[in-house]
Design a protein around this ligand. Structure first.
Ligand code: 26Q
Length: 767
């Protein structure tokens, strides 16, 4: 984007006059933020409207989650005016960094939602016509604080600072009908700026509203109570994001949200397609839809319904849906595969349910084994099966994950429809995850190989010949990032970390399968080793955790309490303060991740093999030159293929071994063999740690007793984990170690979301 300082400041001034009746001199932070953003929006209008009017083939990315993070810096970066705007503000005595107080748009839980955000950015940057369709939640993912070590949740009022990066598009509002209510869906469009290429795609988020303005007259007379109630409920649909990650909650409101968003999106698309004078049978020529996991899968029967309402036969509608829809699976966790009670679904959406039944009948007509191929069974609707049956393509998100889908999770389907299954390994955008969060490192690389890597990440391999000469600068920049993170943590968590410590980091949603427990137990194991004098040469290490637990996930919350108690024990013990610190940061989110990822020395990716579909933070750390301490799970496998296993720290049972181990596994035996591990685990119940909630005891029991003690083989993998981790800690700081870091950075090319979206565009979307 062309930038002229005088014009820009005049634009800002004008918005301030019109919207806030104030001037630059008197504007507060909030006013300035809105005015700066709006001024940029105004400048970008022409490019945006050009793309909105374009007639080219498009893909709609249907997702219940878009974890966008903070928009302003990323937008300015992509428009190529980040520095210019910073300088312009400085010239009037204002600091661009003041907008770090602006809330993240946290309309997502974790990996799946952040992936959607990365893909939108990469698609725009690659000039791929991809638009997002989702929900404009009034409250995003909860804000997390710790009180006495327990997680507390507060509502996330992300609109507190206003929403200058969205425009409300009243003219595109549609009605969405449920059996018991009709609501209005109003779209808010957010521009998605490609990186310095003038492309602007759209993220369209739907907000639910009452059909008529609130009727005060009848309210006052207390008449028409049903109507008023209907209107009251309308806004509720998009009130809040469900805070579950990799677990399904069978709440009908969640189904309402899903239907609300896909019905509105499809009505909008169908309406415009017809208005353009086109036959809906040709819809697949111009549109395809990517279903981001099962959450938007109700779009399939909804489109079937809409098309038959427009005169298509069932078979014609089925064919259009088959050619339009594609489905991505993000998890093999049984508890996350979405299922709905058939009666509840048919009560809420009778016409849509009818379409599902028709699909089921069509499937039964294929002459397949009904025990292996079904959509509805025992009065339960299996959304993944519906998606696989109708879609053209089904994809997993890393090689190992796609193989598990083919050989286990969806084995029957794969054998019947092998051509549908493809792998598309996840990726991340290098703009937010390097240029923005690690600018000094980016400049160092630029100085060696130029800037082509900003949009072609495999070019980073060209730093290989410069690795030796880059080492000192690399170390210096990493050190500076650590210093900044330490200052931020001191301010926000009240824990002092020395940047001379090794920063060992595990940040991700809290889930038993991700095994934060394994990490936590190792901290205690080292702690007792040092205290007992058995470990005398422990390299000073800061163990940094960040994670939110779903509010209803008891064990996850217990693990948070456990780690916070470990932090209290360790940090208050002067005997180890020169060698260990533990901190669990509060409210880990995209903006916190940006600060943490560029400051880490160790990237902990330690899920039980076969459980983590891909992982994407592993890629972010790698891009910033951090070695992985991990299992052969998800994309870790491909990270090792690209960077060399010898440049990372791999441990633990492999996916092939896991099933066999579970046959005979006995955690008690392991504890008997490893007294210090036993002692670490027993802190949960022996009074070492304080907890009157009984949570820690329950956690202990989940590891040692019951039907399946230690389901995720934490104790099984422990010995190998600390063996490799100890090796890593001792390798740290040597030239050889630093080279590993840079080899990882040089090998990250494959994990660019630019590559992922290009794969989707070629293999699936045909854009
Ligand atoms: C389903 C029904 C009702 C309520 C909530 C849900 C729900 C919500 C979110 C189920 C699953 C999720 C999120 C899953 C997720 O984030 N999976 C992650 O996706 C990443 C991107 O592909 C992968 O890198 C991670 O490995 C995977 O865990």
């Amino acid at each position: 984007m062309k930038f002229d300082r005088a014009t820009f400041l005049a634009d800002v001034e004008r918005v301030l006059h019109a919207d806030y009746a104030c001037e630059l001199k008197s504007a507060g932070r909030r006013e300035l933020y809105n005015a700066v953003s709006k001024a940029v929006m105004e400048e970008a209008y022409d490019d945006w409207s050009k793309e909105k009017k374009s007639r080219r083939r498009r893909c709609g990315y249907f997702s219940a989650e878009f974890l966008m993070g903070r928009a302003i810096y990323s937008n300015l970066l992509n428009l190529g005016i980040l520095e210019e705007v910073g300088d312009a503000l400085a010239s009037v005595g204002e600091d661009l960094n003041q907008f770090e107080e602006v809330e993240d748009a946290a309309l997502g839980n974790g990996g799946l939602g952040r992936l959607a955000a990365c893909y939108l950015e990469s698609a725009a940057s690659k000039d791929i016509a991809l638009d997002g369709y989702g929900i404009r939640y009034r409250y995003g993912l909860f804000r997390q604080t710790f009180e006495n070590g327990f997680q507390h949740e507060e509502g996330d009022d992300w609109l507190k600072w206003g929403d200058p990066w969205s425009v409300r598009v009243e003219r595109d509002a549609v009605l969405v009908r449920f059996a018991d209510q009709t609501v209005r869906a109003v779209p808010y469009d957010m521009p998605i700026f490609g990186y310095k290429n003038g492309v602007v795609n759209t993220l369209r988020l739907w907000q639910s509203e009452p059909v008529q303005a609130f009727d005060f007259a009848s309210f006052n007379e207390m008449r028409g109570e049903v109507k008023a109630n209907e209107n009251f409920n309308a806004t509720k649909i998009t009130d809040v994001l469900y805070p579950n990650d990799n677990t399904m909650v069978g709440k009908i409101l969640r189904l309402r949200q899903q239907y609300f968003m896909v019905s509105a999106s499809l009505q909008d698309i169908v309406k415009k397609y017809k208005a353009a004078g086109r036959d809906l049978r040709t819809l697949p020529e111009k549109w395809c839809f990517q279903l981001n996991d099962t959450h938007p899968v109700i779009a399939i029967p909804e489109l079937m319904r809409l098309l038959q309402g427009e005169g298509l036969t069932f078979e014609e509608a089925f064919d259009v849906c088959h050619r339009c829809f594609n489905f991505t699976n993000h998890t093999i966790m049984a508890e996350a595969l979405e299922k709905w009670d058939a009666l509840a679904l048919s009560d809420l959406l009778p016409d849509v349910y009818e379409q599902i039944v028709a699909c089921q009948q069509r499937l039964q007509g294929e002459g397949l084994d009904p025990n292996a191929f079904y959509i509805i069974r025992d009065n339960v609707v299996h959304m993944a099966n519906l998606a696989i049956y109708v879609s053209s393509h089904v994809n997993g998100v890393a090689e190992i994950h796609t193989n598990i889908l083919k050989t286990q999770t969806f084995k029957n389907w794969y054998e019947r429809y092998p051509e549908k299954f493809v792998n598309i390994t996840n990726g991340i955008t290098p703009r937010r995850w390097m240029l923005l969060n690690n600018p000094q490192m980016a400049r160092l690389i630029d100085s060696k190989i130029g800037t082509l890597w900003h949009t072609r990440l495999p070019e980073l391999k060209k730093i290989r010949p410069f690795i030796d000469e880059m080492l000192p600068e690399f170390v210096r920049i990493k050190q500076e990032n650590k210093k900044k993170l330490a200052a931020y943590i001191a301010e926000h968590e009240g824990v002092q970390l020395s940047p001379d410590f090794i920063f060992d980091v595990q940040v991700k949603r809290l889930h038993e399968y991700k095994r934060q427990m394994l990490n936590a137990l190792s901290v205690l194991w080292y702690y007792f080793g040092i205290k007992d004098g058995e470990i005398t040469d422990f390299p000073p290490t800061a163990f940094i955790f960040g994670a939110k637990a779903a509010p209803g996930y008891y064990m996850a919350k217990a693990i948070i309490k456990f780690i916070n108690e470990i932090a209290r024990l360790v940090n208050s013990d002067p005997a180890v303060s020169d060698r260990m610190k533990v901190v669990f940061v509060q409210n880990y989110n995209v903006s916190y991740a940006e600060k943490i990822v560029c400051a880490a020395d160790i990237s902990e990716q330690i899920s039980l093999a076969g459980m983590e579909a891909s992982g994407t933070s592993n890629m972010k750390f790698m891009l910033c030159g951090t070695v992985t301490l991990g299992t052969l799970d998800g994309a870790n496998v491909e990270i090792c293929e690209e960077a060399g296993r010898e440049n990372n720290y791999i441990f633990g049972a492999t996916v092939e071994e896991v099933a066999a181990i579970k046959q005979y596994y006995c955690p008690r035996e392991i504890l008997e063999q490893n007294p210090r591990l036993k002692r670490a685990l027993e802190t949960l119940v022996d009074g070492t740690l304080s907890d009157d909630s009984g949570m820690l005891r329950k956690l202990y029991e989940s590891m040692t007793t019951g039907y399946e003690p230690d389901r995720y083989l934490v104790l099984y993998d422990f010995a190998d984990y600390v063996r490799v981790k100890t090796q890593l800690l001792h390798d740290f700081g040597s030239d050889e170690f630093n080279k590993k870091c840079l080899v990882n950075m040089a090998s990250v090319g494959k994990f660019s979301a630019d590559r992922s979206v290009t794969d989707y565009a070629k293999l699936i979307w045909k854009l």
